[in-house]
Design a protein around this ligand. Structure first.
Ligand code: GTP
Ligand code: MG
Ligand code: ZN
Length: 165
């Protein structure tokens, strides 16, 4: 994620590792915590704000996921200054509503590389001499992200884009 300019904080609420850096990053801002259920959003926020002890929950061993402990979104004053919003975790991620392949590609900033593809309207799926597929093979673009892109592409093609034709 660092390669696409998104700051990453490695945090443990047990050892409190990373909490100081996170506090400095969100101080005096309004920040919302989002993510899958059971990843520890409320647990982190209990270390950062003292107005309200947020309920935290067990994760299900069977589903390897949380059990949707937080049920509402609330604005809470941060001890360091600013506000945080705890939100209920989600279990799946919906696709953003794009109208065409180019709009979807723009959501993957790391695909914006200097080297161009053979076809300037390349959607990086089946085209020959595709610079994005080469970059994935060379390890310059994350394979997970490219595979996610492919899944989004297929799903959008089948379910969304044909509405705009
Ligand atoms: N090992 C470990 N477990 C943690 C850590 N932080 C939280 N947990 C545990 O993870 C479980 C879920 O924590 P929550 O804070 O309720 O997770 P959440 O993201 O708020 O979940 P929802 O409210 O369902 O969206 C709890 O059992 C926590 O004790 C951590 O840093 N390390
Ligand atoms: Mg929660
Ligand atoms: Zn391409």
């Amino acid at each position: 994620m660092e390669t696409i300019d998104i700051p990453v904080f490695y945090i443990s609420t047990l050892t409190e590792a990373g909490i100081e850096d996170l506090t400095a990053f969100i101080k005096d801002k309004i920040t919302a915590f989002g993510g899958p259920s059971g990843v520890g959003k409320s647990s982190i926020l209990n270390l950062l704000q003292d107005s309200r002890e947020l309920k935290t929950g067990e994760t299900s061993k069977r589903l390897r996921a949380g059990k949707h402990t937080t049920r509402d979104s609330r604005l809470l004053p941060l001890a360091a200054g600013g506000f945080v919003i705890d939100t209920p975790g989600f279990s799946s991620v919906d696709l953003p509503p794009t109208e065409n392949p180019q709009e979807l590609i723009e959501l993957f900033p790391e695909f914006n590389i200097d080297k161009g593809c053979k076809f300037n309207n390349c959607v990086h799926i089946n085209e020959p001499q595709c610079a994005i597929k080469e970059a994935v093979e060379d390890g310059k673009i994350s394979k997970e992200r490219y595979d996610f892109y492919k899944r989004c592409y297929e799903k959008s093609k089948n379910e969304i884009w044909n509405r705009y034709k």
